[in-house]
Ligand binder design. Structure first.
Ligand code: TRP
Length: 335
């Protein structure tokens, strides 16, 4: 409608670099689903970023499709959200190149994620790993996104995106909207079950620290029963002194809607065994409908295809407008 105020736009993405985890759900996708009415939302599968680390092609393809199904199963209604695969929208690579030419070697060298990943992949420090931030800036700026929901580890990437956009706008006028990082009001930072000082990560080598969204109930239960706690046998929320127990409480709180105080009372005088079993069971029940719906969707490939095709078409239209403007500004001859 013409006189309707334009909704603020949101863009975010997750790399299909590993199977989605309980952390991806509670920390990101669950919150995204709640934004659809208020915002114009674009959610991407960042497969182009994923190949900055070597992948097994068939696995990447399977994980990408599974992730589309999981997005929908987690409540991202494709009628209300634009769901698309990054490599399906060529404008990302096109703007990414242009932005490479407006991003400085020095600023890329200072990125924490680049330093971490180079240390972890010392035999494959490729140029894509280095210019990862300018491609991510393109992801965001193509859609003129107002807000970018990200976890703390990605904030530096939104910062550099703003720097690049400001630099470009400073030369050519107001081409890009300057985005803000968006930390949803309710969110959970889920930590590893075996090393609770680290975030639960889908690329973690320690499989026991990480609960996958589509994992079988018995495997989920086994991991929670093995979760690291401490030696004082008391269920109390204190992230600094009791990181393992506090992480389990956090998970239990979001899975059941109970407050920390209610949880402390519930397990007063009971051992960690009971507590871990209860947390495991709550997670099994939380994930059950998501797993079943994902499996149902994966059996309907033509539906999934229609979702990501429509998503790419819509995304391409929006992205194309920004790319045209940029090409003109930098002086490319019109086709
Ligand atoms: N770098 C993000 C991550 O690893 C994924 C990502 C790629 C992203 N492009 C994005 C997130 C654009 C937000 C916006 O988590």
């Amino acid at each position: 409608m013409e006189n309707e105020v334009r909704k603020k736009r949101i863009l975010s993405g997750i790399q299909p670099s590993g199977d989605l985890t309980l952390g991806s759900y509670l920390g990101a996708i669950k919150n995204w689903a709640a934004l659809a009415d208020e915002y114009d939302c674009y959610y991407m599968l960042a497969d182009m970023h994923t190949i900055t680390v070597r992948q097994v092609p068939a696995d990447l393809r399977r994980r990408t499709l599974t992730q589309v199904a999981a997005y929908i199963a987690c409540g991202l209604d494709p009628e209300k959200n634009t769901l698309f695969v990054q490599s399906h929208v060529p404008a990302h690579a096109q703007l990414g190149w242009v932005l490479d030419c407006y991003t400085m070697f020095g600023e890329l060298s200072r990125m924490t994620q680049f330093k971490d990943k180079s240390a972890k992949n010392a035999d494959n420090i490729n140029a894509g790993l280095f210019t990862y931030p300018s491609l991510m800036a393109a992801d965001i700026l193509l859609y003129q996104a107002d807000l970018v929901p990200v976890g703390g580890d990605q904030k530096q990437h939104v910062e550099i995106c703003r720097d690049i956009a400001n630099r470009f706008n400073g030369i050519y006028g107001e081409v890009f909207k300057i985005p803000e990082p968006y930390i949803p009001p309710v969110g959970a930072r889920v930590m590893s079950l075996t090393s609770p000082e680290n975030k639960m990560s889908k690329s973690d080598k320690d499989q026991n620290g990480c609960v996958y969204m589509l994992e079988k109930p018995e495997d989920i239960m086994r991991k929670f029963k093995k979760a690291v706690t401490d030696s004082d046998a008391c269920v109390r929320y204190d992230p600094a002194a009791k990181p393992g127990v506090s992480n389990l409480m956090q998970i239990y709180a979001v899975a059941t809607g109970k407050t920390f105080q209610e949880i402390e009372q519930e397990f007063d005088g009971r051992g960690y065994g009971d507590f871990k079993t209860a947390v495991g069971e709550s997670v099994v029940e939380l994930l059950r409908p998501i797993r079943e719906e994902t499996e149902r969707l994966l059996a309907d490939k033509s539906y999934l295809e229609s979702v990501y095709r429509a998503g790419a078409e819509k995304a391409s239209r929006v992205a194309g407008r920004t790319l045209d403007k940029v090409y003109k500004k930098v002086g490319f001859l019109a086709r």
